[in-house]
Design a protein around this ligand. Structure first.
Ligand code: PLP
Length: 228
């Protein structure tokens, strides 16, 4: 088994190669290491290896790990899971960026959790499947949701779009729809250039489609422990 440092270096080399193949400089992408279900010690080890962006998908786990690791200089914590309005205050307290804003109620809850506070970076999560039960706003709703945030949630800073590629579809075609959603979002929020896309199985395709933020878990951390 290669160790954590080797897996991280291997993934970073593959990211750099894919960036160059797309005519982009490797440092134009942010690699977020998804640490869900792993213990806080893993995040400390990643920090020692130079990782400064980690992602968690459950509020309680995010809050607990951040509290357990107060001294990680420069670490940015990304919340990438389904956000519930009754957890918005805790998410706002623990996250530096929230990738999963998919309805106006969650945007309103995140804003009212700290209306005068430091601006919170948020991304509009787009549902690229035909199943309305999946996380994300339908592509047709991106424009109005973005307008709502810009007009009514001044403590939130819209940074871009986020999506998970659906199973059973070529990631490239799904990510092309995400790029279109990014165009729509930028018609309302011109500076919101982030595209959060690409996981262990599809980060190369995401880079080709213009991803600026990759969310990579198991290729770096190894297999996840059971949810417990
Ligand atoms: C778990 C997760 C990831 C990372 O998945 P891997 O396949 O382990 O890279 C990325 N994005 C979201 C939203 C996740 O929940």
């Amino acid at each position: 088994m290669p160790d954590l440092a080797e897996r991280l270096a291997d993934v970073d080399a593959r990211i750099a190669a894919a960036m160059r193949a797309s005519g982009r400089a490797p440092d134009e992408v942010t690699r977020i290491v998804v640490t869900k279900f792993h213990p806080p010690e893993l995040i400390s080890q990643l920090h020692d290896l130079g990782v400064r962006d980690v992602g968690e998908n459950r509020q309680q786990e995010l809050s607990a790990k951040r509290a357990a690791l107060p001294a990680l200089d420069g670490m940015r914590w990304h919340f990438i899971g389904q956000a519930q309005t009754n957890k918005a205050r805790a998410v706002r307290a623990a996250a530096d960026a929230v990738h999963s804003v998919d309805r106006s109620r969650i945007a309103d809850a995140l804003h009212s959790a700290d209306p005068e506070g430091e601006p919170l970076d948020v991304l509009v999560q787009v549902n690229l499947t035909d199943d309305p039960g999946r996380g994300g706003v339908a592509p047709a709703g991106v424009e109005s949701l973005t307008a709502h945030i810009v007009e009514h949630c001044p403590s939130l800073r819209v940074r871009g779009v986020m999506a998970v590629a659906p199973l059973g579809e070529e990631p490239a075609s799904a990510f092309a729809r995400l790029a279109q959603a990014s165009d729509v979002l930028r018609s309302v929020a011109p500076d919101a250039t982030w595209i959060s896309a690409g996981m262990t199985g599809d980060f190369v395709e995401a880079i080709s489609a213009g991803a600026t933020h990759l969310r990579i878990g198991s290729a770096i951390t190894g297999p996840r422990p059971d949810r417990g």
